[in-house]
Design a protein around this ligand. Structure first.
Ligand code: ARG
Length: 594
């Protein structure tokens, strides 16, 4: 773990103000502009408690902190063993060199020499780098992707697959036990309809090709027929009942729809590199919903309403009741999700259970998280439930919706991106080897990055040409920067070791910008999981790429001065490593050349 300057600063301020360290820590910012220091403390946050103006507070805190204090405060934390330090002997080094007051802020400047050494030494050691491994025994369940069988995998599912996958990788990297669950939508009354449609028209379709499109077509037809003919609807209901009872014929058909669908989904997962630890979908919980109903009934939480069984949540500020059983007695999506919460608490003993879906499901998760509190679960579990919503994805033609029939196949989109990437590479670098493989990394990388680039709740426009722009804030831009670091290393011929690097030679503005970013990597990863927001890492990789481009343009790397070259080559290596590791956590693979 890197020296935690932020904690050092928080400790000192907490000590001199007598305010809770956690509170102080939460206020500390990293200024956008380096001329405002490395860390800034907004004193106005304390104006109310201290009953003083920010300016007064700033002056007072600054006066009370002598530099000796800084060092001793830092020793105090060390004594408590909270903060593993870089090197005990190094304590004679001031870790903070200057404190300034500017507009009600206290600006802290850290010891650049010290940080440079630490960052560049740690990066040589792969095992240590960026991993604050203090979470070994925490269990995280991430429910993501979770498409519906016999229905197209749409562009929204692409987004949950990518966001969930990134969260999965980052939690794992930070030492958590993670279980990735693909909660397939493979159950519900609609399968009674699909079975009926298949009985009627199945022979018209060849399901060996594009099975999902064909099943979707059958589904559309049977729905129309149901509207015209009440008797057909009865047959559908009967089919679903039979399926629930384990009827051989219905189960066989359902299994076939499921197998065909998974085979199609797998093509997308293969392109994206997505993996899951569990494929327990809704059907898995069909025989586990009784327990939910019984608990709710016993505890007097189940009510009848117009023939259905519901849990009223109005006193929880949720106007729409949660339906548990429909009028015909069948369970619904929510009931199976409740059974899944029980199952996951028992099977995975989760500390956190995340659900990555579009914000269209906000109400659903609000409801089931409330109802989960009525199931007698330990608070650890109910507190650990977290919905991770994301915004709509629109193609240039408008809202993506399978219902509107305006759907583009995700597999086609992915392949289109790969083909586009190939065209660009063909133009830019026609003699490149392994063009196919590189185009795949670039095309898929562009799509993944695009889904992660902006804060997840924002609606997104899906534009393949824009996401493939090598100069834009895109996946290919990061890949391109990485490839550039590679070619610098190649030109340098030999890779210096940390011991041979004179860190004094990396004190210029451009080098320091990179070093600070690399230092922040660990904090960035922690922010990602704290906010369930992989875009923080995506942004970071753009910032690092830009910082490297500036460094590259302003500093001659391959030069006559051997020491200078060594230092700059080493920094190039460090940048490339963080870019590659960071991109991998997002699910993006780096080409070595492009
Ligand atoms: N199958 C659902 C859909 O496509 C998403 C399921 C999310 N997971 C869950 N446990 N409800 O919208």
């Amino acid at each position: 773990m890197m020296t935690d300057f932020k904690t050092i600063i928080a400790n000192v301020i907490a000590k001199v103000t007598n305010i809770d360290q956690k509170e102080i820590y939460g206020y500390i910012e990293i200024p956008k502009d380096i001329s405002n220091g490395d860390y800034a403390f907004p004193c106005f946050k304390l104006a109310k408690i201290m009953k003083k103006s920010p300016q007064q507070i700033a002056t007072e805190i600054k006066e009370k902190i002598s530099f000796e204090d800084t060092i001793s405060a830092d020793k105090v934390t060390q004594g408590k063993g909270k903060m593993p330090m870089y090197n005990d002997e190094n304590d004679s080094n001031d870790k903070i060199t200057k404190i300034d007051i500017a507009g009600g802020y206290l600006n802290f400047y850290i010891n650049n020499q010290y940080m440079t050494k630490e960052v560049l030494e740690k990066i040589e050691n792969e095992e240590q780098y960026g991993k604050a491994i203090n979470q070994k025994n925490k269990n995280i369940v991430i429910d993501y992707s979770s498409p519906n069988i016999a229905k197209p995998f749409h562009i929204g599912h692409l987004k949950t697959t990518v966001i969930g996958g990134a969260l999965y990788n980052i939690y794992k990297y930070l030492g958590y036990n993670v279980t990735g669950v693909n909660h397939l939508g493979d159950y519900g009354t609609q399968f009674g309809k699909l079975i009926e449609g298949y009985k009627l028209w199945g022979s018209e379709y060849d399901l060996s090709e594009d099975p999902i499109d064909k099943l979707a077509d059958i589904y559309k037809r049977i729905n129309e027929l149901c509207k015209e003919d009440e008797k057909v609807l009865d047959n559908c209901r009967e089919n679903f009942k039979l399926l629930e009872q384990g009827d051989e014929y219905c189960t066989k058909l359902w299994q076939e729809f499921k197998d065909l669908s998974i085979k199609e989904f797998q093509k997308i997962y293969d392109l994206l590199g997505s993996k899951f630890d569990s494929w327990n979908g809704e059907a898995f919980y069909a025989d586990k919903t009784d327990e939910v109903i019984q608990i709710l009934q016993k505890t007097g939480n189940l009510q009848e309403s117009e023939g259905a069984m519901i849990v009223d949540l109005s006193d929880k500020g949720i106007d729409t009741p949660c339906i548990i059983c429909k009028t015909n007695g069948s369970t619904i999506y929510a009931t199976r999700d409740l059974a899944a919460i029980l199952y996951r608490s028992r099977t995975y003993d989760f500390d956190k259970a995340l659900y990555v879906t579009s914000y269209e499901q906000n109400l659903h998760f609000k409801q089931i998280f409330e109802v989960a509190k009525l199931l007698g679960l330990d608070e650890k579990y109910t507190n650990g439930l977290e919905h991770v919503p994301y915004g709509f994805v629109r193609l240039s033609t408008g809202r993506m919706s399978t219902r509107l029939g305006n759907f583009v196949k995700v597999e086609d989109l992915l392949n289109d991106a790969i083909n586009q990437a190939k065209k660009i590479i063909e133009e830019k670098n026609p003699n490149l080897e392994n063009k196919e493989e590189i185009a795949k990394k670039v095309g898929i990388g562009a799509i993944i990055f695009n889904d992660l680039a902006t804060s997840r709740i924002k609606d997104e426009i899906f534009d393949i040409d824009a996401m493939l722009n090598f100069q834009g804030e895109t996946g290919p831009y990061i890949q391109y920067t990485y490839v550039r670091t590679n070619s610098v290393l190649e030109k340098a011929k030999s890779m210096p070791k940390f011991e041979d690097v004179d860190t004094d030679l990396l004190q210029d503005e451009y080098s320091q910008k990179i070093i600070k970013l690399i230092y922040n990597f660990e904090e960035i990863l922690n922010q990602v999981i704290e906010k369930s927001e992989p875009s923080i890492l995506a942004r970071y990789l753009i910032d690092l790429s830009k910082a490297y481009s500036n460094f590259y343009n302003e500093n001659k790397i391959i030069c006559d001065d051997e020491n200078l070259q060594n230092a700059r080559v080493y920094l190039t290596f460090a940048t490339g490593k963080v870019l590659k590791d960071g991109a991998k956590l997002l699910g993006i693979q780096m080409p070595e050349k492009m």
